[in-house]
Design a protein around this ligand. Structure first.
Ligand code: SAM
Length: 257
């Protein structure tokens, strides 16, 4: 998988993408992330990439030509079919399902806007997909591009040591992850749930599943509603959760308090 990022801040983006897990994955050849300075593709003396918006209004718009020249260069370097994504608050909101879909592609180009955004004609001519990272507005597309590149790359086989690393995580199978704990067993008087110290893998797995369902139900009812419970174990856990709810709802006297 190769990702080319078109940006006005290639050093910042490059530094971030070359660190830690993604840096090591690049060294080992599982992924390749290249950044391109859009300003290098201008044809004016000032290397200006933006101009005033037609129709008036505040701010500046990134012109189509430098973006197009930069994009053509990145396409040539990719050397195969590319999928071009423009990061924009006007795009569809990015999810783990998008990350999974994009992780199967060979070449992705991520285009970072700045100022008021980019000339629509570049989008119409070169962009396959517009992605937003949420319903808020940032000053530039660099953080969104890094977020998308990071979440896509970690799903590429070989980047993480084991696919279980992400298959067990939030949003992979429609749930949120269970709470995690590490040493020491007691911290500031707070104990790790004893079952995690039991060494009984089946019981730990069951506890984690229940915590994951409880957390999803409490924090993301929209996700919880869509879950389908088919296994015997899940049905047992659901029964237990319903019994816990009933117990909590019962008046104190009924509970013998
Ligand atoms: C200030 S924003 C432009 C916002 C644009 N005028 C609008 O109202 O939709 C500048 C650049 O930041 C990036 N950006 C800002 N918020 C974003 C978001 N939520 N998701 C993805 N990209 C975003 C885009 O690349 C955009 O071109």
């Amino acid at each position: 998988m190769r990702i080319d990022i078109l940006t006005l801040f290639p050093d910042t983006v490059g530094d971030m993408m070359n660190e830690s897990i993604l840096g090591r994955a690049q060294e080992r050849g599982y992924i390749r992330i290249e950044t391109h300075q859009i300003r290098d593709y201008t044809t004016n003396k000032q290397n200006q990439v933006d101009d005033y918006p037609y129709g008036g209004g505040r701010g500046a718009v990134m012109q189509a030509d430098p973006l197009y020249n930069c994009w053509c260069h990145a396409c040539d370097e990719a050397g195969g079919p590319v999928h071009t994504v423009y990061l924009t608050p006007c795009g569809h909101v990015f999810t783990q399902a998008d990350a999974k879909r994009l992780s199967k592609l060979d070449n992705i180009i991520l285009v970072c806007g700045h100022y008021e955004g980019i000339d629509q004609r570049f989008i119409d001519e070169c962009v396959d997909e517009e992605i937003s990272i949420g319903d808020f507005v940032l000053t530039g597309g660099e953080i969104p591009a890094m977020a998308v590149a990071d979440s896509v790359c970690r799903l590429v086989p070989g980047v993480l040591s084991d696919s279980e690393c992400f298959e067990d995580e939030s949003h992979w199978a429609g749930t949120l992850e269970y709470p995690q704990y590490s040493r020491p067993a007691v911290w500031h008087g707070r104990e790790v749930p004893p079952i995690l110290l039991s060494g009984d893998h089946a019981k730990v797995a069951r506890w984690r599943r229940k915590q994951s369902l409880l957390r999803t139900r409490a924090r993301r009812p929209d996700m919880y509603e869509k879950l389908v419970f088919e296994t015997k174990e899940d049905k047992k856990i659901l029964k237990e959760m319903a019994e816990d709810d009933e117990r909590r709802a019962a008046p104190a006297m009924d509970r013998g308090e």
